[in-house]
Design a protein around this ligand. Structure first.
Ligand SMILES: [Fe+2]
Length: 266
């Protein structure tokens, strides 16, 4: 089985109503055509499955959601997503003033999850059975994991001889904290690792997961930790300006072949 792994996309729909946000976030609002280029390359590569590491949208709105689904449909391949914080965060319209952002993805998680489900998009923890491989999608959008995740992982991990983890926020391990701070010493680690669930690696993942994929950081890097190959994925859009002036990319992973994953660029 070949899997295309998408990093953060941060789509903002041209018809989304929060126009003041579009100008403030134009590095993302103008980036979506670059995703169409990478989606065409993925379509040509014909993977069996696409997995998004979350932040499909820059903030939840009905228009952004529907736009993301329309663009992802261009890949013409089954796809799954594990949610990112931006898939939950939203703005509330206030008459005559600038839209106000919900400060925390956790404030908006329940409402946004229901709204994604209206279009058939499931965001909770899930196991995909890929023969001898378990593909685990874990919701870490709020820099923690959902209630019951420990028990769920302990049930799911023994079901396959090998497992691959996909989640938005990197695990909270000292080696991962160092990797992030080496890229940017100002990164807030409360937000950029699973600081609300520091037990996940030692209690569940260690020795049981062959590969792990993370989004959220907007840079690409890799690390091998006690037998687990960890991949930190960059954006899958080319977001010009600010610190985001890097090439967007996607990774093609062949889970039946232990070769190094290949990279597609925008
Ligand atoms: Fe994120």
């Amino acid at each position: 089985m070949r899997i295309a792994v998408l990093g953060d996309l941060h789509f903002i729909a041209p018809d989304d109503p929060f126009k003041k946000i579009h100008s403030r976030r134009k590095h993302f609002a103008q980036a979506w055509p670059s995703a169409q280029r990478i989606f065409a390359k993925i379509r040509d590569a014909a993977p069996d499955l696409v997995i998004s590491l979350g932040d499909l949208v820059d903030y939840y709105s009905k228009e952004n959601r529907d736009f993301a689904l329309e663009l992802l449909g261009e890949i013409q391949c089954p796809w799954f997503v594990t949610p990112g914080n931006h898939d939950f965060e939203t703005y509330s319209a206030q008459l005559g003033s600038t839209p106000t952002k919900c400060m925390s993805a956790s404030d908006c998680e329940e409402t946004a999850t229901a709204a994604w489900a209206e279009r058939g998009i499931e965001l909770q923890n899930r196991l995909i059975d890929a023969g001898d491989t378990g593909i685990l999608l874990v919701n870490s959008a709020c820099s923690t994991v959902s209630d019951g995740t420990r028990e769920w992982l302990n049930d799911m991990l023994p079901q396959h001889p090998r497992n691959i983890l996909f989640t938005h926020t990197p695990l909270d391990q000292p080696e991962i904290r160092s990797l992030i701070l080496n890229q940017n010493p100002k990164r807030n680690l409360k937000k950029y690792v699973q600081s609300g669930a520091p037990w996940v690696y030692e209690d569940c993942i260690r020795g049981q997961v062959e590969q792990a994929f993370f989004g959220h950081l907007h840079f690409a890097d890799a690390l091998k930790l006690n037998g687990t190959h960890m991949y930190f994925r960059g954006l899958s859009i080319m977001a010009a300006g600010r610190e985001y002036d890097r090439m967007g990319e996607a990774m093609i992973l062949d889970i039946d072949n232990h070769s190094t994953p290949s990279i597609l660029t925008c």
